[in-house]
Design a protein around this ligand. Structure first.
Ligand SMILES: Cc1cc2nc3c(=O)[nH]c(=O)nc-3n(C[C@H](O)[C@H](O)[C@H](O)COP(=O)(O)O)c2cc1C
Length: 161
C-alpha cells in the first residue's frame, strides 16, 4: 500500500513508533523506536541501535506492527507489515547515510536497519472523540495535561483517553 500524506506527516512529526514483533515462543514484544521514519511511499524504517530482541524476532518472523500516535491530538495510525533487517549492502548504506546527513547519527552506532514494507494501515482515534469533541478541544485539553505533567503537578483525571 501507499502511505498517504497524513500518515507521512504524522510519522515525521512524532518521530516515535512503538514496534511490535513476535517472539519465537509466540508472545508479543513491543518497544519504542525514536528513529522511526517514512523511507519511501511504501516503507517505514528504523535503526537498530539497542534493539537485539526486535531484530532477533524479525529474523525468525517478519511480521511487525508499528503504532505512531500524536499524544496531543490523540490520533495516530497502526501500520502492519513485513520487516526486513539489513546489516550491510546498498539499502543499509542509503538508510545510514540519510540518518547521518539529516540527524547527525554516528554510523558506528548503527547495528542494523529495519525496513518495513507496510501492507495495511488503520487510523487510531481516541475515545476522547466519542462525545463529539473537536480536534481543537481534545488538543487543548491534552496539551494542558501533558504540560502540567511535565511541571510535576497532578494530571486532570477528566482527560482520560
Ligand atoms: C523514546 C525511546 C526511543 C528509542 N528509540 C530507539 C531506536 O530508535 N532504536 C533502538 O534500537 N532503540 C531505541 N530505544 C531503545 C529500545 O527501545 C530499548 O533498548 C528496548 O529495550 C529494545 O528492546 P528490543 O531488544 O526488544 O527491541 C528507544 C527507547 C526509548 C525509550
Amino acid at each position: 500500500m501507499t502511505l498517504n500524506e497524513d500518515m507521512r506527516r504524522l510519522v515525521a512529526a512524532q518521530g516515535l513508533g512503538f514496534v511490535a514483533t513476535v517472539r519465537p515462543d509466540g508472545t508479543p514484544s513491543v518497544s519504542p523506536k525514536g528513529t522511526t521514519e517514512v523511507w519511501d511511499a511504501e516503507h517505514l524504517v528504523f535503526l537498530d541501535l539497542h534493539s537485539p530482541g526486535t531484530v532477533a524476532n524479525l529474523l525468525e518472523n517478519a511480521a511487525v506492527e508499528i503504532n505512531v500516535v500524536d499524544p496531543v491530538r490523540r490520533k495516530g495510525y497502526r501500520f502492519r507489515g513485513q520487516g526486513e533487517v539489513f546489516t550491510d549492502g546498498a539499502t543499509y548504506d542509503r538508510v545510514v547515510r540519510r540518518f547521518t546527513e539529516q540527524r547527525g547519527t554516528d554510523p558506528e552506532r548503527v547495528k542494523s536497519i529495519v525496513l518495513v514494507r507496510v501492507l495495511a494501515a488503520e487510523e487510531l482515534i481516541s475515545p476522547a472523540y466519542d462525545d463529539g469533541a473537536s480536534e481543537a478541544d481534545v488538543s487543548t485539553r491534552w496539551r494542558a495535561r501533558l504540560t502540567a505533567g511535565e511541571a510535576g503537578s497532578a494530571p486532570d483525571r477528566k482527560s482520560s483517553s
